[in-house]
Design a protein around this ligand. Structure first.
Ligand SMILES: Cc1cc2nc3c(=O)[nH]c(=O)nc-3n(C[C@H](O)[C@H](O)[C@H](O)COP(=O)(O)O)c2cc1C
Length: 326
Protein backbone atom coordinates (compact mmCIF):
# COMPACT_ATOMS: atom_id res chain seq x y z
CA UNK A 1 0.00 0.00 0.00
CA UNK A 2 1.47 3.34 -1.05
CA UNK A 3 0.41 6.52 0.66
CA UNK A 4 0.63 10.26 0.04
CA UNK A 5 0.08 12.72 2.84
CA UNK A 6 -1.12 16.16 1.84
CA UNK A 7 -1.98 19.49 3.45
CA UNK A 8 -0.47 22.10 5.71
CA UNK A 9 -0.86 22.76 9.41
CA UNK A 10 -2.77 26.01 8.88
CA UNK A 11 -4.46 25.25 5.54
CA UNK A 12 -8.10 24.15 5.32
CA UNK A 13 -7.38 20.44 5.81
CA UNK A 14 -4.77 17.69 5.94
CA UNK A 15 -5.22 14.19 4.61
CA UNK A 16 -3.93 11.02 3.05
CA UNK A 17 -4.48 8.97 -0.09
CA UNK A 18 -3.80 5.29 0.39
CA UNK A 19 -3.48 3.12 -2.72
CA UNK A 20 -3.47 -0.66 -3.02
CA UNK A 21 -5.78 -1.25 -0.05
CA UNK A 22 -7.22 -4.79 -0.18
CA UNK A 23 -10.94 -4.84 -0.99
CA UNK A 24 -13.68 -5.58 1.51
CA UNK A 25 -11.89 -4.33 4.65
CA UNK A 26 -14.50 -3.07 7.10
CA UNK A 27 -13.33 0.23 8.56
CA UNK A 28 -13.75 -0.11 12.31
CA UNK A 29 -14.47 3.51 13.23
CA UNK A 30 -14.25 3.01 16.99
CA UNK A 31 -10.71 1.69 16.48
CA UNK A 32 -9.70 4.40 13.98
CA UNK A 33 -10.98 7.17 16.29
CA UNK A 34 -9.20 5.67 19.30
CA UNK A 35 -5.92 5.61 17.34
CA UNK A 36 -6.34 9.27 16.37
CA UNK A 37 -7.24 10.15 19.98
CA UNK A 38 -3.96 8.59 21.19
CA UNK A 39 -2.06 11.08 18.99
CA UNK A 40 -4.27 14.12 19.54
CA UNK A 41 -2.76 17.09 21.42
CA UNK A 42 -4.17 19.08 24.29
CA UNK A 43 -4.80 16.17 26.66
CA UNK A 44 -2.28 17.12 29.37
CA UNK A 45 0.47 19.69 30.05
CA UNK A 46 3.13 17.59 28.24
CA UNK A 47 1.62 18.40 24.83
CA UNK A 48 0.66 21.49 22.84
CA UNK A 49 -2.65 23.03 23.99
CA UNK A 50 -3.85 23.09 20.35
CA UNK A 51 -7.17 21.19 20.32
CA UNK A 52 -8.66 19.64 17.18
CA UNK A 53 -11.42 17.08 16.67
CA UNK A 54 -9.21 15.07 14.26
CA UNK A 55 -12.33 13.59 12.68
CA UNK A 56 -11.47 11.93 9.37
CA UNK A 57 -13.86 12.31 6.45
CA UNK A 58 -13.48 9.62 3.79
CA UNK A 59 -13.84 11.01 0.26
CA UNK A 60 -13.18 7.89 -1.81
CA UNK A 61 -12.39 4.18 -1.76
CA UNK A 62 -15.13 3.25 0.70
CA UNK A 63 -18.60 1.94 -0.15
CA UNK A 64 -21.17 0.69 2.37
CA UNK A 65 -18.50 0.67 5.11
CA UNK A 66 -15.95 -1.48 3.26
CA UNK A 67 -12.90 -0.63 1.18
CA UNK A 68 -13.39 -0.83 -2.58
CA UNK A 69 -9.71 -1.21 -3.55
CA UNK A 70 -9.63 2.15 -5.34
CA UNK A 71 -7.61 4.98 -3.74
CA UNK A 72 -8.81 5.55 -0.18
CA UNK A 73 -8.71 9.29 0.52
CA UNK A 74 -9.44 10.80 3.93
CA UNK A 75 -9.29 14.44 5.04
CA UNK A 76 -9.15 15.96 8.50
CA UNK A 77 -10.21 19.62 8.74
CA UNK A 78 -7.99 22.11 10.55
CA UNK A 79 -10.09 24.04 13.02
CA UNK A 80 -7.80 25.43 15.76
CA UNK A 81 -5.30 27.53 13.83
CA UNK A 82 -3.66 30.78 14.95
CA UNK A 83 -1.58 31.78 11.95
CA UNK A 84 -0.53 35.13 13.32
CA UNK A 85 1.71 33.37 15.84
CA UNK A 86 4.07 32.32 13.07
CA UNK A 87 4.55 35.42 10.88
CA UNK A 88 8.17 36.03 11.93
CA UNK A 89 9.29 32.52 10.87
CA UNK A 90 9.35 33.41 7.18
CA UNK A 91 12.23 35.77 7.86
CA UNK A 92 13.80 34.13 10.92
CA UNK A 93 14.00 30.33 10.59
CA UNK A 94 13.72 28.28 13.79
CA UNK A 95 16.91 26.41 14.68
CA UNK A 96 16.33 22.66 14.32
CA UNK A 97 13.05 23.00 12.40
CA UNK A 98 12.50 22.84 8.63
CA UNK A 99 11.71 26.55 8.08
CA UNK A 100 15.08 27.21 6.40
CA UNK A 101 15.41 23.97 4.40
CA UNK A 102 11.74 24.13 3.34
CA UNK A 103 12.15 27.70 2.12
CA UNK A 104 15.29 26.84 0.12
CA UNK A 105 13.83 23.61 -1.26
CA UNK A 106 10.50 25.16 -2.37
CA UNK A 107 11.89 28.49 -3.54
CA UNK A 108 10.10 30.51 -0.86
CA UNK A 109 6.63 29.38 -1.99
CA UNK A 110 6.14 27.05 1.01
CA UNK A 111 3.32 27.67 3.51
CA UNK A 112 5.46 28.27 6.60
CA UNK A 113 2.54 28.85 8.99
CA UNK A 114 2.76 26.46 11.90
CA UNK A 115 5.50 24.49 10.13
CA UNK A 116 3.28 24.04 7.05
CA UNK A 117 3.72 20.59 5.53
CA UNK A 118 6.51 19.84 8.06
CA UNK A 119 4.22 20.15 11.06
CA UNK A 120 3.75 17.26 13.49
CA UNK A 121 0.05 17.73 12.75
CA UNK A 122 0.62 15.92 9.43
CA UNK A 123 1.07 12.73 11.48
CA UNK A 124 -2.73 12.61 12.06
CA UNK A 125 -3.45 11.35 8.51
CA UNK A 126 -0.48 8.98 8.88
CA UNK A 127 -2.20 7.52 11.95
CA UNK A 128 -5.40 7.12 9.89
CA UNK A 129 -3.48 5.24 7.16
CA UNK A 130 -1.71 3.18 9.82
CA UNK A 131 -5.05 2.27 11.43
CA UNK A 132 -6.26 0.94 8.06
CA UNK A 133 -2.97 -0.98 7.70
CA UNK A 134 -3.43 -2.42 11.21
CA UNK A 135 -6.93 -3.64 10.25
CA UNK A 136 -5.44 -5.32 7.16
CA UNK A 137 -2.67 -6.92 9.25
CA UNK A 138 -5.09 -8.06 11.96
CA UNK A 139 -6.81 -10.34 9.40
CA UNK A 140 -3.42 -12.02 8.97
CA UNK A 141 -2.79 -12.38 12.71
CA UNK A 142 -0.19 -9.59 12.78
CA UNK A 143 -0.09 -7.00 15.59
CA UNK A 144 1.92 -3.80 16.14
CA UNK A 145 2.68 -2.38 19.60
CA UNK A 146 5.01 0.36 20.75
CA UNK A 147 6.15 1.68 24.12
CA UNK A 148 8.21 4.60 25.38
CA UNK A 149 11.69 3.23 26.12
CA UNK A 150 13.43 6.49 27.02
CA UNK A 151 12.57 10.10 27.89
CA UNK A 152 15.24 12.71 28.57
CA UNK A 153 17.87 10.03 29.24
CA UNK A 154 15.63 8.03 31.65
CA UNK A 155 15.41 4.37 30.56
CA UNK A 156 11.92 2.80 30.61
CA UNK A 157 10.40 5.72 32.54
CA UNK A 158 7.17 5.37 34.49
CA UNK A 159 4.43 7.77 33.28
CA UNK A 160 5.16 9.96 36.35
CA UNK A 161 8.91 10.07 35.62
CA UNK A 162 8.25 10.91 31.98
CA UNK A 163 5.81 13.69 32.87
CA UNK A 164 8.17 15.13 35.52
CA UNK A 165 11.12 15.22 33.08
CA UNK A 166 9.02 16.86 30.35
CA UNK A 167 7.53 19.47 32.69
CA UNK A 168 10.97 20.26 34.16
CA UNK A 169 12.26 21.05 30.65
CA UNK A 170 9.11 23.04 29.83
CA UNK A 171 9.57 25.12 33.01
CA UNK A 172 13.02 26.05 31.72
CA UNK A 173 11.53 27.03 28.31
CA UNK A 174 13.15 23.93 26.86
CA UNK A 175 12.21 20.53 25.36
CA UNK A 176 13.35 16.90 25.61
CA UNK A 177 13.63 13.89 23.31
CA UNK A 178 13.44 10.15 23.81
CA UNK A 179 13.02 6.72 22.27
CA UNK A 180 10.17 4.42 21.29
CA UNK A 181 10.54 0.66 20.98
CA UNK A 182 8.15 -1.12 18.64
CA UNK A 183 7.41 -4.77 17.84
CA UNK A 184 5.52 -6.28 14.90
CA UNK A 185 4.36 -9.75 15.97
CA UNK A 186 3.08 -12.57 13.78
CA UNK A 187 5.27 -11.75 10.77
CA UNK A 188 5.87 -14.95 8.78
CA UNK A 189 9.46 -16.07 8.10
CA UNK A 190 10.88 -15.59 4.60
CA UNK A 191 9.61 -12.11 3.69
CA UNK A 192 11.99 -9.48 2.25
CA UNK A 193 15.32 -9.90 0.46
CA UNK A 194 18.92 -8.86 1.05
CA UNK A 195 18.94 -6.35 -1.81
CA UNK A 196 18.60 -2.58 -1.92
CA UNK A 197 14.95 -1.51 -1.82
CA UNK A 198 13.70 -4.93 -0.71
CA UNK A 199 15.36 -5.57 2.64
CA UNK A 200 13.18 -5.47 5.72
CA UNK A 201 15.37 -3.08 7.73
CA UNK A 202 15.53 -0.70 4.76
CA UNK A 203 11.75 -0.72 4.23
CA UNK A 204 11.05 -0.07 7.91
CA UNK A 205 13.67 2.70 7.98
CA UNK A 206 12.13 4.46 4.96
CA UNK A 207 8.72 4.49 6.64
CA UNK A 208 10.03 5.57 10.06
CA UNK A 209 12.20 8.40 8.74
CA UNK A 210 9.06 9.88 7.15
CA UNK A 211 7.94 10.62 10.73
CA UNK A 212 9.06 14.15 11.68
CA UNK A 213 11.67 14.41 14.47
CA UNK A 214 12.85 10.77 14.05
CA UNK A 215 16.63 10.89 13.90
CA UNK A 216 17.66 7.25 14.22
CA UNK A 217 16.50 3.65 14.08
CA UNK A 218 18.11 0.44 15.26
CA UNK A 219 16.91 -3.17 15.05
CA UNK A 220 16.94 -5.65 17.93
CA UNK A 221 19.99 -5.04 20.14
CA UNK A 222 20.89 -2.19 17.76
CA UNK A 223 23.90 -0.17 18.89
CA UNK A 224 24.23 -2.58 21.84
CA UNK A 225 25.82 -5.05 19.37
CA UNK A 226 28.99 -2.98 19.52
CA UNK A 227 29.70 -4.22 23.06
CA UNK A 228 28.57 -7.85 22.56
CA UNK A 229 30.41 -11.04 21.72
CA UNK A 230 29.11 -13.25 18.90
CA UNK A 231 28.23 -15.93 21.44
CA UNK A 232 26.02 -13.43 23.22
CA UNK A 233 24.59 -11.76 20.12
CA UNK A 234 23.61 -14.92 18.22
CA UNK A 235 19.98 -15.96 18.60
CA UNK A 236 20.00 -19.75 19.18
CA UNK A 237 17.44 -21.62 17.11
CA UNK A 238 14.93 -23.78 18.96
CA UNK A 239 11.64 -25.57 18.37
CA UNK A 240 8.41 -24.31 19.91
CA UNK A 241 5.34 -26.44 19.16
CA UNK A 242 7.15 -27.75 16.08
CA UNK A 243 7.88 -24.22 14.83
CA UNK A 244 11.40 -22.86 14.29
CA UNK A 245 11.97 -19.94 16.67
CA UNK A 246 14.95 -18.32 18.37
CA UNK A 247 15.54 -18.22 22.14
CA UNK A 248 16.49 -14.54 22.08
CA UNK A 249 15.69 -11.88 19.50
CA UNK A 250 18.82 -9.74 19.38
CA UNK A 251 18.61 -9.31 15.61
CA UNK A 252 15.06 -7.95 15.81
CA UNK A 253 13.51 -10.69 13.69
CA UNK A 254 15.61 -10.03 10.58
CA UNK A 255 18.55 -11.97 9.12
CA UNK A 256 19.98 -11.04 5.73
CA UNK A 257 17.17 -8.54 5.15
CA UNK A 258 14.61 -11.36 5.48
CA UNK A 259 12.15 -12.00 8.34
CA UNK A 260 12.97 -15.05 10.47
CA UNK A 261 9.52 -15.46 12.04
CA UNK A 262 10.37 -13.69 15.31
CA UNK A 263 8.84 -10.25 16.04
CA UNK A 264 10.36 -7.47 13.93
CA UNK A 265 11.65 -5.22 16.72
CA UNK A 266 13.20 -1.81 16.45
CA UNK A 267 13.81 1.37 18.42
CA UNK A 268 13.56 4.92 17.07
CA UNK A 269 15.00 8.05 18.62
CA UNK A 270 13.12 11.38 18.58
CA UNK A 271 15.02 14.63 18.85
CA UNK A 272 13.88 17.22 21.42
CA UNK A 273 11.11 19.42 19.95
CA UNK A 274 12.83 22.18 17.92
CA UNK A 275 10.41 24.96 18.95
CA UNK A 276 11.42 26.08 22.43
CA UNK A 277 10.37 29.38 23.96
CA UNK A 278 13.79 30.50 25.24
CA UNK A 279 15.57 33.01 22.98
CA UNK A 280 17.83 31.42 20.34
CA UNK A 281 20.20 32.67 17.70
CA UNK A 282 19.16 32.68 14.04
CA UNK A 283 19.67 34.73 10.89
CA UNK A 284 17.28 37.31 9.46
CA UNK A 285 17.02 36.20 5.82
CA UNK A 286 15.81 39.63 4.61
CA UNK A 287 18.60 41.55 6.37
CA UNK A 288 21.23 38.79 6.13
CA UNK A 289 22.37 39.38 9.67
CA UNK A 290 22.46 37.31 12.84
CA UNK A 291 19.60 38.02 15.21
CA UNK A 292 17.75 36.64 18.23
CA UNK A 293 14.53 34.69 17.86
CA UNK A 294 11.85 34.15 20.50
CA UNK A 295 9.37 31.57 19.27
CA UNK A 296 5.68 32.15 19.89
CA UNK A 297 2.85 29.72 19.27
CA UNK A 298 1.90 26.44 20.93
CA UNK A 299 4.35 23.54 20.97
CA UNK A 300 4.90 20.10 22.47
CA UNK A 301 7.73 20.18 25.06
CA UNK A 302 8.27 16.53 24.02
CA UNK A 303 6.79 14.75 21.00
CA UNK A 304 7.53 11.18 22.14
CA UNK A 305 4.30 10.43 24.03
CA UNK A 306 2.12 11.60 21.15
CA UNK A 307 4.33 9.77 18.65
CA UNK A 308 3.53 6.26 19.96
CA UNK A 309 0.58 5.66 17.56
CA UNK A 310 2.56 7.40 14.80
CA UNK A 311 5.44 4.92 15.11
CA UNK A 312 2.95 2.04 15.15
CA UNK A 313 1.28 3.48 12.02
CA UNK A 314 4.58 3.74 10.13
CA UNK A 315 5.51 0.21 11.26
CA UNK A 316 2.12 -1.17 10.12
CA UNK A 317 2.54 0.43 6.68
CA UNK A 318 6.10 -0.93 6.50
CA UNK A 319 4.90 -4.42 7.44
CA UNK A 320 2.27 -4.25 4.65
CA UNK A 321 5.05 -3.34 2.18
CA UNK A 322 7.25 -6.21 3.40
CA UNK A 323 4.28 -8.56 2.98
CA UNK A 324 3.68 -7.12 -0.50
CA UNK A 325 0.08 -6.23 0.35
CA UNK A 326 -1.37 -4.08 -2.44
C1 LIG B 1 3.55 14.07 17.02
C2 LIG B 1 4.57 15.15 16.70
C3 LIG B 1 4.35 16.44 17.18
C4 LIG B 1 5.29 17.46 16.92
N1 LIG B 1 5.06 18.70 17.45
C5 LIG B 1 5.98 19.68 17.27
C6 LIG B 1 5.82 20.98 17.87
O1 LIG B 1 4.84 21.24 18.58
N2 LIG B 1 6.78 21.91 17.63
C7 LIG B 1 7.89 21.65 16.87
O2 LIG B 1 8.73 22.53 16.70
N3 LIG B 1 8.08 20.44 16.31
C8 LIG B 1 7.16 19.45 16.48
N4 LIG B 1 7.38 18.22 15.91
C9 LIG B 1 8.64 17.96 15.20
C10 LIG B 1 8.77 18.67 13.87
O3 LIG B 1 7.66 18.40 13.04
C11 LIG B 1 10.09 18.24 13.19
O4 LIG B 1 11.15 18.31 14.08
C12 LIG B 1 10.39 19.14 11.98
O5 LIG B 1 9.46 18.88 10.95
C13 LIG B 1 11.80 18.96 11.40
O6 LIG B 1 11.97 17.65 10.96
P1 LIG B 1 13.14 16.69 11.50
O7 LIG B 1 13.17 16.89 13.01
O8 LIG B 1 12.72 15.30 11.12
O9 LIG B 1 14.41 17.14 10.85
C14 LIG B 1 6.45 17.18 16.15
C15 LIG B 1 6.64 15.88 15.64
C16 LIG B 1 5.72 14.87 15.92
C17 LIG B 1 5.96 13.48 15.40
Amino acid sequence: MRYTIFGESHGPAIGVTLEGVPTGIELDWAFIRSELARRAPGKDPTSTPRKEADEPEVLSGLFEGRTTGTPLCAVIRNTDTRSKDYSQLKDMPRPGHADYTGQVRYGGYNDYRGGGHFSGRLTAPLVFAGAVAKLVLKERGIGVTARVSQIAGIQDPTPEQAQAAILAAKAEQDSVGGCIRCAVTGMPAGMGAPDFGCNVEGIFSQHLFAVPAVKGIAFGAGFGFAAMRGSEANDAFCLEDGQIRTRTNHTGGVNGGITNGMPVEFEVVFRPTPSISRPQQTVSLSRMEETELTIEGRHDPCVVLRALPVVEAAAALAACEVLRIG
